[in-house]
Write a protein that binds this ligand. Structure first.
Ligand SMILES: Cc1cc2nc3c(=O)[nH]c(=O)nc-3n(C[C@H](O)[C@H](O)[C@H](O)COP(=O)(O)O)c2cc1C
Length: 154
């Protein structure tokens, strides 16, 4: 099984969790590749429209884990745009996690996961597992450990 972790991360939080997951999957013997979605004009104050400068190809992977920050109580625009243009995901196993600053998953995290779920379903793949990390919450480290544990036994 080849696993792709496809990450968008603006300030490094989501990437740090994705790297822990990558390490754990490797320790469990999986062939795993972490790829970053890159974008320009992806900050709130950007003067030009946001555009993707690197969109990882999903076709080499049997299993894909999408990882993204929450922005404005929703899935961030970069991941939304990426998922809208991604190729068909039929037959693939798809999981995801999101990170957010606020303390509770209902403050945008759950909504962002639903948006990923719906985007993946529209490309032919049901979402198998998901997680939310509340970066300023008291259980952040446990949330990260739980996501790494659940998603590294695929
Ligand atoms: C433009 C913008 C909007 C944000 N909106 C939210 C939000 O609605 N709710 C929240 O909990 N965190 C929000 N955040 C915080 C990020 O979701 C959080 O810091 C996340 O872990 C960043 O991940 P990254 O370091 O991988 O980019 C926002 C951050 C930015 C830059």
């Amino acid at each position: 099984m080849t696993i792709g972790i496809i990450v968008y991360s603006q300030t490094g939080n989501t990437l740090s969790v994705a790297e822990k997951l990558e390490q754990s999957l490797k320790e469990n013997g999986y062939a795993v590749t972490l790829e970053r979605i890159l974008a320009e004009n992806d900050t709130p104050r950007a003067s030009a429209p946001m555009s993707l400068t690197f969109s990882p190809d999903t076709t080499p992977y049997d299993t894909i884990i999408f990882a993204s920050p929450v922005q404005a109580f929703s899935l961030c625009p970069v991941m939304r745009q990426y998922l809208a243009q991604v190729s068909d995901l039929s037959g693939k196993k798809v999981c995801c996690f999101v990170t957010q600053h606020l303390k509770k998953p209902w403050m945008g995290g759950n909504h962002a996961v639903k948006q990923i779920k719906s985007a993946c379903e529209s490309k032919g793949a049901p979402l198998s597992a998901s997680g939310v990390v509340n970066w300023s919450g008291p259980t952040r480290d446990n949330q990260i450990a739980d996501i790494v544990n659940r998603l590294s036994h695929l």
